[in-house]
Design a protein around this ligand. Structure first.
Ligand code: CA
Length: 240
């Protein structure tokens, strides 16, 4: 299996050199030059390891590192900080921020590759979950079946993918745009209303056997959540 290495580095020449050498080593490589963009990308792509430059425009490497460590779904990803020579203090700050390792520029390529490899050895295998659970809802991802308690729930393929997306991060609100892109795919033209239609079908199937755990957040999107009986609910038909 091919590991994804994310490089967050604004020096173009260095980023290119890293890409070239990492790809030669058989890794998939994703380069970002700005931290603000990188974070969303990390959450989406879940790289196996991150090479993070210390000095970046907008948001420093240390800030990014702290943010990574504060997010439960990505905090386990190893981070190797890249910094200028001799900045001992930076090294300490970097490690305090939660970096796993530290490489001083200019570094030798074999050394860097060895560090990457060491982090990958430590890192857990990328998760291939067989099951997702939320309260009494259970998704068997191998058999592609959904249960509520003991009850089997038949879902269409789109509803299944939609529920899977929501159940991977309970509590997180997914926008219609995100769901369209990630459940239906980039190339298919569908209106954002389509999401509402499928959510309605999903609710109908799920709620036959228990309370409604799909939360509608007005003008935003949907989440799987313990539904507070509140004003957010059941508004999807009247929007737009
Ligand atoms: Ca830099």
């Amino acid at each position: 299996m091919q590991h994804l290495v994310m490089v967050i580095e604004d020096e173009e020449a260095l980023a290119l050199m890293l890409r070239y050498n990492l790809e030669k080593e058989g890794y998939k490589v994703l380069v970002k030059s700005r931290g603000s963009k990188a974070l969303a990308e990390i959450e989406k792509e879940r790289p196996s390891v991150i090479l993070l430059d210390w000095m970046l425009p907008e948001m420093s490497g240390v800030e990014i590192c702290k943010l990574i460590r504060s997010k439960p779904d990505i905090k386990g990803i190893p981070v190797i900080m890249l910094t200028a020579k001799g900045e001992e203090e930076d090294k300490i700050k970097g490690l305090t921020a939660g970096a796993d390792d530290y490489v001083t520029k200019p570094f030798s390529v074999p050394e860097l590759l060895a560090r990457v490899k060491a982090q990958l050895r430590r890192a857990p295998e990328p998760e291939t979950k067989k099951e997702l659970m939320f309260e009494d809802i259970r998704m068997d991802l191998v058999e592609k079946k959904v249960f509520r308690g003991e009850n089997y729930i038949h879902l269409g393929p789109t509803e299944f993918r939609l529920l899977k997306m929501l159940m991977e991060t309970p509590g997180k609100v997914f926008s219609r745009e995100f769901l369209l892109k990630n459940v239906w795919g980039d190339n298919i033209y569908v209106e954002s209303r389509t999401v509402d239609v499928h959510i309605r079908r999903l609710r109908k199937s799920l709620n036959e056997f228990g309370p409604d755990y799909i939360r509608t957040v007005r003008a935003t999107g949907y989440a799987v959540d313990i539904n507070p009986q509140g004003e957010d609910e059941q508004e999807e038909t009247s929007e737009e």
